[in-house]
Each structure stands twice: as structure tokens, then as C-alpha cells.
Write a protein that binds this ligand. Structure first.
Ligand SMILES: [Zn+2]
Ligand SMILES: [Zn+2]
Length: 247
């Protein structure tokens, strides 16, 4: 049994997706498998929750290739200006000093699209690797509900090594990001870590200097306020990109 099976949504509630994700923050998880102590960890095995393009890098300095990661942003609430949020997300991912962009020797190469997600026709949108959506609640996404931000993957493909996913969706609660502050960046970086294949803490006290194991998990005893991807986070993503992740 994988640690994610508990999170599969009832099919009748989300029939269009194979729902593969997990509650993003503040969840209390009791899991009997204890990974390597104090090590950041990833989805492993034959089904790995990460974006399929993470293993390659084939763009240029001015345009993305099909192994790069394009993302669009979509506000679905009147309280979030889409352009302001897209600018904030782009800054968080790619313009500050400690960022996800460039991780794993640029196999993580994040490109903001010029338009909002809903402004693309379906064929073009299908070429965009992942999306950030912001809404006041996510009851329509069972993994998120009314309180959590979460990540959902869709369109699994097998690459000869494992199944991974062509599309990822980061569903952000308005309240988590509306401050345009360090806390908002913490949520954006955490959910992006899920897009790239990282996991939440598996058990109480599974804490470290990691944007995946920080004080968003105070309920599990974690107190580190770090809001950006750390060296541990980046090395874990590199192991995924290298296909050497076994924990
Ligand atoms: Zn999470
Ligand atoms: Zn993969």
C-alpha cells in the first residue's frame, strides 16, 4: 500500500481525474514507514508524483523547450488580482536569491506564460506543464477542501522508468497567499515542491530545514520558519531528476 492511497478521492466526486496528491499543509499523518532520519524525501517507485519534464532541460535562455516547465496562473476570486499574483509567484519562483528555478542543473526551468490559464485554447493549454489556481475555498477539489492548499496531478505517462505526470495543479487558498508576504511565498514554494516531487512530513517530528517540513507543520512539531527551497530540498529534487531517488 502506498502512503497515498488514503488520499484517493471517491471516484464519483472527481470522475475526470485520477486523483493523486495529498493534503498539503497542517495535516496530521501517522504512517508506519519511517524514511531515512532527518532526510528530505520524495515519491518513489513505479508511480511518482512529479511533473514529467523534471528529468530534462532543452530550452534556451530566451524560450522554453518541451522539457522545461511552463506554468500559468489563474485567479478565481475577486479578492486576488491575477496579474499581481502572477507577478508575485514569478518573483518567488525565479527572481529572488533562493528559488526553485535553476534547480538540478536547470532541469527545473520555470517559465511563466504570458496569459492567464483560462485565456488559452485547450490545445495550447495542454502544452503548459502546470497551473496555479487561487480561490477562497477548494471544496471542489476534495484533497484541498475548505482549509488546505494542495497539489493534484493528471495525465500520467510512463517513460520507461516510472509513471509521472504531464500536468500538475497547485490549488492555493486565497487566505494563504493574499498577504503577498513571506507566508505567501512559503505556501507557493511548498506547493511547488510538491509539483517537483517532494513529500510532506510522514510522521510527527519529521522536521528539518526544508520548505516541505517547516512550521506549516507546527501540528507535527516542526518549527523551522524557512519559506524558500533549501539545499536539502534542492538536492532531493536533483535525485528525482537523476532518477536516483529511493527514499
Ligand atoms: Zn504539502
Ligand atoms: Zn519522472
Amino acid at each position: 500500500m502506498s502512503p497515498h492511497s488514503r488520499e484517493e478521492a471517491p471516484p464519483h466526486r472527481t470522475p475526470r481525474w485520477i486523483v493523486l496528491g495529498w493534503v498539503a499543509v497542517l495535516t496530521v499523518v501517522a504512517w508506519h514507514h519511517i524514511p531515512q532520519a532527518q532526510a528530505n524525501h520524495t515519491h518513489t517507485g513505479s508511480n511518482q508524483l512529479h511533473i514529467a519534464t523534471i528529468h530534462g532541460n532543452n530550452g534556451t535562455s530566451t524560450s522554453p523547450g518541451d522539457q522545461d516547465e511552463q506554468y500559468c496562473v489563474q485567479s478565481r476570486t475577486a479578492s486576488i488580482d491575477g496579474t499581481r499574483m502572477a507577478n508575485f509567484i514569478e518573483e518567488t519562483l525565479a527572481k529572488l536569491s533562493t528559488i526553485w528555478d535553476g534547480t538540478a542543473s536547470w532541469r527545473v526551468d520555470l517559465w511563466r506564460t504570458s496569459k492567464f490559464c483560462a485565456d488559452y485554447d485547450s490545445a495550447t493549454r495542454a502544452t503548459i506543464e502546470y497551473e496555479y489556481h487561487i480561490k477562497d475555498d477548494w471544496y471542489e477539489v476534495s484533497l484541498c477542501g475548505g482549509y488546505y492548499s494542495c497539489v493534484v496531478f493528471d495525465n500520467g505517462v510512463y517513460d520507461g522508468y516510472h509513471t509521472h505526470y504531464k500536468w500538475g495543479y497547485s490549488y492555493l487558498q486565497t487566505e494563504h497567499v493574499s498577504g503577498y508576504d513571506t507566508r505567501a511565498r512559503k505556501f507557493i514554494n511548498h506547493e511547488t515542491g510538491h509539483i517537483l516531487g517532494l513529500k510532506d512530513p510522514d510522521y510527527n517530528g519529521h522536521c528539518m530545514n526544508s520548505v516541505m517540513h517547516n512550521d506549516l507543520y507546527s501540528s507535527m512539531g516542526c518549527t523551522d520558519p524557512v519559506w524558500y527551497p533549501t539545499a536539502s530540498d534542492k538536492s532531493s529534487v536533483t535525485r528525482i531528476a537523476d532518477r536516483t531517488n529511493t527514499w
